[in-house]
Design a protein around this ligand. Structure first.
Ligand code: HEC
Length: 172
Protein backbone atom coordinates (compact mmCIF):
# COMPACT_ATOMS: atom_id res chain seq x y z
CA UNK A 1 0.00 0.00 0.00
CA UNK A 2 2.79 2.36 0.98
CA UNK A 3 4.60 1.42 -2.23
CA UNK A 4 1.49 2.22 -4.25
CA UNK A 5 1.20 5.59 -2.57
CA UNK A 6 4.83 6.44 -3.29
CA UNK A 7 4.63 5.45 -6.93
CA UNK A 8 1.40 7.35 -7.56
CA UNK A 9 2.89 10.43 -5.89
CA UNK A 10 5.89 10.07 -8.15
CA UNK A 11 3.69 9.70 -11.25
CA UNK A 12 1.84 12.85 -10.22
CA UNK A 13 5.04 14.83 -9.79
CA UNK A 14 6.25 13.66 -13.22
CA UNK A 15 2.97 14.81 -14.75
CA UNK A 16 3.27 18.18 -13.05
CA UNK A 17 6.89 18.43 -14.12
CA UNK A 18 5.98 17.86 -17.76
CA UNK A 19 2.94 20.12 -17.58
CA UNK A 20 4.87 23.16 -16.40
CA UNK A 21 8.29 22.21 -17.73
CA UNK A 22 9.49 22.10 -21.33
CA UNK A 23 7.32 22.27 -24.43
CA UNK A 24 7.12 18.50 -24.84
CA UNK A 25 8.28 15.96 -22.29
CA UNK A 26 8.72 13.34 -24.94
CA UNK A 27 11.59 11.42 -23.40
CA UNK A 28 9.00 10.20 -20.88
CA UNK A 29 6.48 8.10 -22.80
CA UNK A 30 2.79 8.65 -21.93
CA UNK A 31 1.49 6.07 -19.44
CA UNK A 32 -0.87 4.60 -22.09
CA UNK A 33 2.02 3.95 -24.53
CA UNK A 34 1.42 0.31 -25.64
CA UNK A 35 5.20 -0.29 -25.93
CA UNK A 36 5.62 0.13 -22.15
CA UNK A 37 4.02 -3.23 -21.32
CA UNK A 38 6.53 -4.99 -23.60
CA UNK A 39 9.50 -3.69 -21.56
CA UNK A 40 11.14 -5.36 -18.55
CA UNK A 41 10.11 -4.12 -15.11
CA UNK A 42 13.39 -2.25 -14.73
CA UNK A 43 12.95 -0.44 -18.07
CA UNK A 44 9.35 0.43 -17.16
CA UNK A 45 10.61 2.05 -13.95
CA UNK A 46 13.30 3.77 -16.03
CA UNK A 47 10.64 5.25 -18.32
CA UNK A 48 9.49 7.27 -15.29
CA UNK A 49 12.89 7.91 -13.74
CA UNK A 50 14.17 9.36 -17.05
CA UNK A 51 12.12 12.52 -16.39
CA UNK A 52 15.18 13.90 -14.55
CA UNK A 53 17.08 13.92 -17.89
CA UNK A 54 14.36 15.86 -19.70
CA UNK A 55 15.63 19.35 -18.90
CA UNK A 56 18.48 18.75 -21.38
CA UNK A 57 17.67 15.68 -23.51
CA UNK A 58 14.22 16.91 -24.62
CA UNK A 59 14.27 16.99 -28.43
CA UNK A 60 12.17 20.18 -28.63
CA UNK A 61 14.76 22.44 -26.94
CA UNK A 62 15.97 25.36 -29.01
CA UNK A 63 18.90 25.72 -28.78
CA UNK A 64 19.47 22.04 -27.97
CA UNK A 65 21.12 21.28 -24.63
CA UNK A 66 21.99 17.62 -25.21
CA UNK A 67 21.90 14.92 -27.92
CA UNK A 68 18.48 13.20 -28.26
CA UNK A 69 18.16 9.82 -26.54
CA UNK A 70 17.43 8.27 -29.97
CA UNK A 71 21.05 8.98 -30.94
CA UNK A 72 22.48 8.19 -27.50
CA UNK A 73 20.73 4.80 -27.48
CA UNK A 74 21.84 3.91 -31.03
CA UNK A 75 25.46 4.97 -30.53
CA UNK A 76 25.79 3.14 -27.22
CA UNK A 77 24.24 0.00 -28.75
CA UNK A 78 26.87 0.06 -31.51
CA UNK A 79 29.65 0.39 -28.95
CA UNK A 80 28.11 -2.02 -26.39
CA UNK A 81 25.78 -4.43 -28.24
CA UNK A 82 24.93 -6.63 -25.26
CA UNK A 83 22.61 -5.25 -22.63
CA UNK A 84 24.82 -5.84 -19.62
CA UNK A 85 27.80 -3.84 -20.90
CA UNK A 86 25.47 -1.17 -22.34
CA UNK A 87 23.82 -0.67 -18.94
CA UNK A 88 27.18 -0.65 -17.13
CA UNK A 89 28.61 1.94 -19.57
CA UNK A 90 25.60 4.27 -19.35
CA UNK A 91 25.46 4.06 -15.54
CA UNK A 92 29.19 4.75 -15.30
CA UNK A 93 29.09 7.70 -17.71
CA UNK A 94 26.03 9.35 -16.18
CA UNK A 95 27.34 9.01 -12.62
CA UNK A 96 30.84 10.26 -13.58
CA UNK A 97 30.97 11.86 -17.05
CA UNK A 98 34.47 12.49 -18.42
CA UNK A 99 35.88 13.47 -21.82
CA UNK A 100 37.85 10.23 -22.16
CA UNK A 101 34.63 8.17 -21.82
CA UNK A 102 32.61 10.26 -24.30
CA UNK A 103 31.45 8.31 -27.37
CA UNK A 104 29.52 11.16 -29.05
CA UNK A 105 32.38 13.58 -29.64
CA UNK A 106 30.43 16.26 -31.50
CA UNK A 107 27.80 17.04 -28.82
CA UNK A 108 30.56 17.12 -26.20
CA UNK A 109 32.52 19.63 -28.30
CA UNK A 110 29.46 21.76 -29.06
CA UNK A 111 27.73 21.66 -25.68
CA UNK A 112 30.40 20.68 -23.17
CA UNK A 113 30.38 17.67 -20.88
CA UNK A 114 27.14 16.85 -19.07
CA UNK A 115 27.11 17.25 -15.27
CA UNK A 116 27.23 14.10 -13.10
CA UNK A 117 23.75 12.93 -12.08
CA UNK A 118 23.93 11.93 -8.40
CA UNK A 119 21.07 9.42 -8.46
CA UNK A 120 20.87 6.06 -6.67
CA UNK A 121 22.51 3.21 -8.67
CA UNK A 122 19.19 1.40 -9.05
CA UNK A 123 17.55 4.42 -10.63
CA UNK A 124 20.46 4.90 -13.04
CA UNK A 125 20.31 1.23 -13.94
CA UNK A 126 16.54 1.46 -14.59
CA UNK A 127 17.12 4.45 -16.88
CA UNK A 128 19.90 2.60 -18.72
CA UNK A 129 17.61 -0.42 -19.22
CA UNK A 130 14.97 1.92 -20.62
CA UNK A 131 17.52 3.48 -22.99
CA UNK A 132 18.45 -0.01 -24.22
CA UNK A 133 14.93 -1.38 -24.64
CA UNK A 134 12.75 1.53 -25.76
CA UNK A 135 12.51 2.11 -29.53
CA UNK A 136 12.93 5.91 -29.60
CA UNK A 137 11.25 7.65 -32.55
CA UNK A 138 13.49 9.69 -34.87
CA UNK A 139 14.07 13.12 -33.23
CA UNK A 140 12.59 15.15 -36.10
CA UNK A 141 12.07 18.29 -34.02
CA UNK A 142 15.72 18.27 -32.93
CA UNK A 143 17.04 17.78 -36.49
CA UNK A 144 14.84 20.60 -37.80
CA UNK A 145 16.02 22.96 -35.04
CA UNK A 146 19.67 22.06 -35.76
CA UNK A 147 19.25 22.73 -39.50
CA UNK A 148 17.39 26.00 -38.92
CA UNK A 149 20.02 27.30 -36.47
CA UNK A 150 22.94 26.26 -38.68
CA UNK A 151 21.38 27.96 -41.71
CA UNK A 152 20.79 31.12 -39.68
CA UNK A 153 24.46 31.19 -38.66
CA UNK A 154 25.74 30.13 -42.09
CA UNK A 155 27.29 27.00 -40.52
CA UNK A 156 25.94 24.27 -42.77
CA UNK A 157 28.54 21.48 -42.62
CA UNK A 158 28.52 17.76 -43.37
CA UNK A 159 26.72 16.88 -40.19
CA UNK A 160 23.91 19.33 -40.93
CA UNK A 161 23.67 17.98 -44.50
CA UNK A 162 23.16 14.53 -42.94
CA UNK A 163 20.49 15.90 -40.61
CA UNK A 164 18.69 17.23 -43.71
CA UNK A 165 18.84 13.79 -45.32
CA UNK A 166 17.49 12.19 -42.14
CA UNK A 167 14.59 14.68 -42.11
CA UNK A 168 13.77 13.71 -45.71
CA UNK A 169 14.00 10.03 -44.90
CA UNK A 170 12.24 9.84 -41.53
CA UNK A 171 10.18 12.97 -41.02
CA UNK A 172 8.15 13.68 -44.15
C1 HEC B 1 22.29 19.62 -17.65
C2 HEC B 1 22.01 18.96 -18.91
C3 HEC B 1 21.95 17.44 -18.93
C4 HEC B 1 21.23 16.60 -18.11
C5 HEC B 1 20.29 16.97 -16.96
C6 HEC B 1 21.50 15.26 -18.59
N1 HEC B 1 22.35 15.28 -19.66
FE1 HEC B 1 23.10 13.68 -20.67
N2 HEC B 1 24.14 14.90 -21.89
C7 HEC B 1 24.17 16.27 -21.82
C8 HEC B 1 25.12 16.80 -22.79
C9 HEC B 1 25.45 18.27 -23.03
C10 HEC B 1 25.65 15.68 -23.46
C11 HEC B 1 26.71 15.70 -24.59
C12 HEC B 1 28.09 15.87 -23.99
C13 HEC B 1 28.50 14.69 -23.17
O1 HEC B 1 28.66 13.59 -23.72
O2 HEC B 1 28.66 14.85 -21.93
C14 HEC B 1 25.03 14.51 -22.86
C15 HEC B 1 25.34 13.22 -23.23
C16 HEC B 1 24.82 12.08 -22.65
C17 HEC B 1 25.20 10.73 -22.99
C18 HEC B 1 26.20 10.32 -24.08
C19 HEC B 1 27.63 10.37 -23.56
C20 HEC B 1 28.64 9.98 -24.60
O3 HEC B 1 29.33 8.95 -24.39
O4 HEC B 1 28.80 10.64 -25.63
C21 HEC B 1 24.46 9.91 -22.19
C22 HEC B 1 24.53 8.39 -22.15
C23 HEC B 1 23.61 10.74 -21.37
N3 HEC B 1 23.85 12.06 -21.68
C24 HEC B 1 22.68 10.27 -20.49
C25 HEC B 1 21.94 11.09 -19.62
C26 HEC B 1 20.98 10.58 -18.67
C27 HEC B 1 20.59 9.12 -18.53
C28 HEC B 1 20.51 11.66 -17.97
C29 HEC B 1 19.52 11.66 -16.82
C30 HEC B 1 19.80 10.75 -15.72
C31 HEC B 1 21.16 12.84 -18.49
N4 HEC B 1 22.02 12.46 -19.49
C32 HEC B 1 20.94 14.13 -18.02
C33 HEC B 1 23.46 17.08 -20.94
C34 HEC B 1 22.65 16.60 -19.92
Amino acid sequence: MKQLFISSTFALSVTLLSACGEKTANITPPSNDPILSTLTESAQAGAKDVAVCNSCHNVALDPPKAPPLFGVSNRYKKAFPDKETFVAAVVDFVAHPSMDKVIMKRPAQKMGLMPPMPLPKEQLSNIANYLYEYPFPPPCEHWKIAVKNAEKKGEVDNHIAQDKKKIQRFCQ
